[in-house]
Ligand binder design. Structure first.
Ligand code: C2O
Ligand code: CU
Ligand code: CU
Length: 536
């Protein structure tokens, strides 16, 4: 690889070294003498524990297909009428590869949408100008642990973290967001998030709606003060429940109408909220047609009366506006449900049919082939690895009674490379679970603290094997259960209080330290997150 010193400085986003920025990033260790040589370092550490450790990883030779400079910066955006809102946002710039690989959403704080192809090697130089540490996590992607954005790799303002990975995942709707421990909630809340869309040949052969007919729908709830500034609540109760806003933003905007043409569309819905659970349904009662989940297309489309979407979950919908008269409005609603924040019904998106259009292929009956994992093939088939989700006195929300430790794993958090396992998430409401940890907060909180937890596993996509209900789960199940899309590949699954969800997951390709956690960001920040280690 040949890279002049000037190119290099441009790539890492440093105007000049005189600014005294320290430089941390894989392959780019300070000092800068011998820069070119430093891009292919020879040291390899088995277990990098900091960003500068990770910087010593050996990268394969050759050039990436896409090279991006991604920066997190404070900024202002006009969201509501009146004064602009101070936000934090990702800015992206393509420094190598197709310029249209990054799509900037107009009038939005959301980060650029990445459009990458399966098989591409992607290199990202991440730096930030925030007053606190940060790191970027590529949510849903199967990447080496140095590229996973673990909180041990946080960098300070002015430093650079270098990601360099091959996109191994199927076509689908992935996303990226910060992952510093204890600060993920506020950083996402203030605007740091973006979509990462993977395209592949299998999907393209289907002729699904593309280009302007393939639309992002990122759902986030916020609270604004009288001056249009974002309010992030910090009291104990908010932390325990998770942050709920009182105003919905779609793609970072308050205007939630969509002008559409008389043809089919693909809507890629991401629940990018910190804690809110959505129950999505068409106002006219028509069923929703689901074509994809977190890990890409389903085998075949599935019809649902409504969709339950926990934080971090995605669902791809196929929506047909053909044969609708111009002027028709179709409203996607959030219906009331029994989980926190579910007391109100409100419109999520209003599609107004405004243009006549021809074309648009019919929806294929078969979308993809998903080889089902067989429970019998799991190395622990008869003995699932159980994780009890519960409140532990003095710690808050915990996993098996444990809170987050930066680089530690317990004995029951080590898995073997190549193994297929059953993991069992047990939401210990109403006295279920181990040693009476179920309702540990006691008195004041009562049943109110039996909450759903959206459980997320890093580094892979899993399959949902089964859901088991106890009587405690009944109330929530009745209002949310039918909306679960259990088919296909997932990286996040919502576990209701009193419910046990068993998943099948295989640890392939990469050894190292990964996370699993509740994606209610306030729970995550409070420590409802643990490492698991993949060993050969
Ligand atoms: Cu979307 Cu560990 O995160
Ligand atoms: Cu993730
Ligand atoms: Cu949780």
């Amino acid at each position: 690889m040949s890279l002049s010193r000037r190119d290099f400085l441009r790539l890492v986003g440093l105007g000049g070294l005189a600014a005294g920025c320290s430089l941390v990033g894989r392959g780019l260790p300070a000092p800068l003498s011998g820069v070119v040589g430093a891009l292919t370092p020879t040291t390899r550490r088995e277990e990098p524990t900091t960003a500068s450790d990770a910087a010593t990883r050996t990268l394969p030779p050759g050039d990436p297909d896409l090279e991006v400079r991604l920066t997190a910066v404070p900024d202002e955006v006009g969201i509501l009428p009146g004064p602009p809102t101070r936000v934090w946002r990702y800015r992206g710039e393509v420094v190598r590869g197709p310029q249209d690989a990054l799509q900037t959403l107009p009038d939005s704080y959301l980060g650029p949408i990445f459009h990458v192809r399966k098989g591409w090697r992607v290199r990202v130089h991440f730096s930030h100008e925030l007053p606190q540490e940060s790191i970027v996590h590529w949510h849903g992607l199967h990447v080496p642990h140095e590229d996973d954005g673990h909180p041990r790799f946080v960098i300070r303002a002015g430093e650079t973290y270098l990601y360099d990975f091959v996109v191994m995942d199927r076509a689908g709707t992935y996303w990226y967001h910060p992952h510093p421990h204890g600060l993920t909630g506020p950083q996402v809340y203030h605007g740091l998030a973006g979509l990462f869309l993977v395209h592949d040949e299998e999907e393209e052969a289907l002729g699904l709606p593309g280009g302007p007919y393939d639309l992002p729908v990122v759902l986030q709830d916020r609270v604004f003060d009288g001056n249009n500034q974002l309010v992030y609540g910090g009291n104990m109760m908010t932390q325990m429940m998770g942050f709920l806003g009182n105003r919905l933003l779609v793609n970072g905007r308050a205007d939630t109408t969509l002008s559409v043409a008389t043809r089919p569309y693909r809507l890629r819905i991401l629940n990018g909220s910190n804690a809110r659970i959505y129950k999505l349904a068409w106002q006219d009662g028509a069923p929703l047609t689901v074509i994809g989940t977190e890990g890409g297309l389903l085998e075949r489309p599935v019809q649902k009366p409504y969709i339950t979407l926990g934080p971090a979950q995605r669902v791809d919908l196929w929506v047909d506006f053909r044969d609708l008269p111009l002027g028709t409005r179709r409203i996607l609603m959030n219906l009331p449900h029994a989980a926190p924040g579910g007391d109100a019904s409100f419109p999520v998106l209003t599609a107004v049919v405004e243009q006549q259009a021809d074309g648009g292929e019919p929806l294929p009956e078969r979308l993809s082939t998903i080889e089902p994992y067989r429970a019998d093939d799991a190395v622990n088939a008869g003995q699932p690895r159980t994780f009890v989700l519960s409140m532990t006195p003095g710690l808050g929300w915990t996993l098996n009674g444990r809170t987050f430790e930066m680089t530690a794993t317990a004995d029951d958090e080590v898995v073997r490379l190549g193994d297929l396992e059953v993991w069992s998430f047990l939401n210990a409401a109403g006295g279920m679970g181990r040693g009476g940890m179920g309702m540990g907060m006691g008195g004041g909180m009562g049943m109110g603290m039996a909450l759903p937890h959206p459980m997320h596993v890093h580094g892979l996509q899993f399959q949902i094997l089964r859901r088991k209900l106890t009587p405690q789960a009944q109330v929530l199940w009745e209002t949310l259960g039918e909306g679960f899309v259990n088919e296909g590949w997932h990286d996040t699954v919502l576990v209701l209080p009193g419910e046990q969800v068993d998943i099948l997951l295989r640890f392939t390709d990469f050894e190292g330290l990964y996370l699993y956690h509740c994606h209610n960001l306030e729970h995550e920040d409070m420590g409802m997150m643990r490492n698991y280690r993949v060993v050969a």
